[in-house]
Write a protein that binds this ligand. Structure first.
Ligand SMILES: Nc1ncnc2c1ncn2[C@@H]1O[C@H](COP(=O)(O)OP(=O)(O)OP(=O)(O)O)[C@@H](O)[C@H]1O
Ligand SMILES: [Mg+2]
Length: 321
């Protein structure tokens, strides 16, 4: 069982334009869809679509229209009732695949609601293999929320506690890495650089810089790190080694949610007992599949790229295709 938390859920509206986005203009959209978003929800959708057990813990109001979108996903839910409404996130994609995102602020979570959410996650984590803490924190909760939650889950379940994966950024990620030693983090290149206090825009060699940063964290501060690099694929660092996998060449529809699908692919492979290179390959395949689908549509096993994903020990460079 994979349990996910989405502390700051969003209704994701994906709009496809017939021409490039021009600020200040009135433009015609060719299509639009709305999905229950939030990184934990996305991970649970992909895991569920692959036929593996997942539950999503989500704070949501009784009359929030987001609740309908959430129930439409068909994923198993542990809803924690809150007063506020989920925010909306808008993604605008032009015909070249260029994507613009507008992420609105979420509703504030009161201290009482945050406590109820923590209790909901601790209860849902019983017997789970993985607990995934994904996405931003809502206004009102401290940056230590994930770190405190990890302590609460491990304190309650001890040796039976699930492994903990964190896909977050900024202070929430920094705080959990600082004090809670998560079992897996899934930063992209920018999030990893920020985590170690560096500027990714200065990187001449993205792979080398990502490796240097990740090896400073693994396995001391985090047990393993899946570093996704968009079209450049991904790197996996564990106590046992480092691997690099190449992304297949694909027709990009929307890269939104690609990282969430990567994490889901990694966890699905882990549930199957797959070794590290296969976990990395599955994560890249799911990320690439997500990027070929519009909006945050969850890839199914049928959407995966046909060919094998090239993975090598990171010390052994693989041929460029
Ligand atoms: N243009 C692309 N071509 C091929 N594969 C891609 C492309 N973009 C993303 N992917 C796949 O998706 C994975 C995750 O992408 P990325 O590193 O952009 O995640 P992210 O920044 O965490 O995204 P998000 O947080 O929006 O979900 C990559 O490792 C790769 O496998
Ligand atoms: Mg991401």
């Amino acid at each position: 069982m994979i349990v996910t938390l989405t502390a700051n859920p969003s209704a994701d509206r994906a709009v496809v334009l017939s021409d490039a986005l021009v600020p200040g203009e009135v433009q015609r959209a060719v299509s639009s869809r709305e999905d229950a978003g939030g990184k934990g929800v996305n991970v649970a959708r992909v895991v569920t679509a692959a036929g593996a057990p997942a539950r999503a813990v989500v704070p949501v109001g009784a009359h929030d229209p987001y609740r309908v979108l959430l129930e439409d996903t068909g994923i198993a839910l542990d809803v924690v009732e809150v007063a506020g409404r989920a925010r909306a996130n808008l993604t605008i994609t032009d015909p070249t695949g260029e994507t613009t995102k507008l992420n609105l602020p979420g509703a504030e979570l009161s201290a009482v609601e945050a406590e109820a959410l923590t209790a909901g996650v601790v209860a849902a984590a019983e017997g789970a293999t993985w607990l995934v803490l994904a996405g931003s924190l809502p206004p009102g909760v401290p940056a230590s929320f994930y770190a405190d939650l990890v302590s609460a889950v491990r304190g309650r379940w001890g040796a039976a506690a699930p492994l903990i994966a964190v896909d977050a950024s900024g202070e929430a990620l920094a705080a959990v890495v600082e004090s809670a030693r998560p079992d897996l983090i899934k930063p992209n290149h920018e999030e990893l650089a920020e985590l170690v206090g560096e500027d990714p825009s200065l990187d001449a060699d993205v792979l080398a810089e990502a490796a240097r940063r990740a090896t400073a964290l693994v396995p001391g501060r985090v047990a393993s790190a899946l570093v996704t690099l968009g079209a450049d694929g991904a790197l996996l660092f564990t106590a046992d080694g480092a691997w690099r996998g190449r992304a297949p060449k694909i027709q990009v529809a929307s890269t939104v949610g690609a990282g969430d699908s990567s994490l889901a692919g990694y966890l699905l492979a882990d549930l199957d007992g797959a070794p590290a290179p296969d976990r990395l390959a599955r994560s890249i395949a799911y990320g690439a599949a997500a990027a070929t689908l519009p909006g945050t549509q969850a890839p199914t096993p049928a959407d995966l790229p046909p060919g094998p994903i090239a993975v090598s020990d990171f010390a052994t460079p693989i041929a460029t295709s």
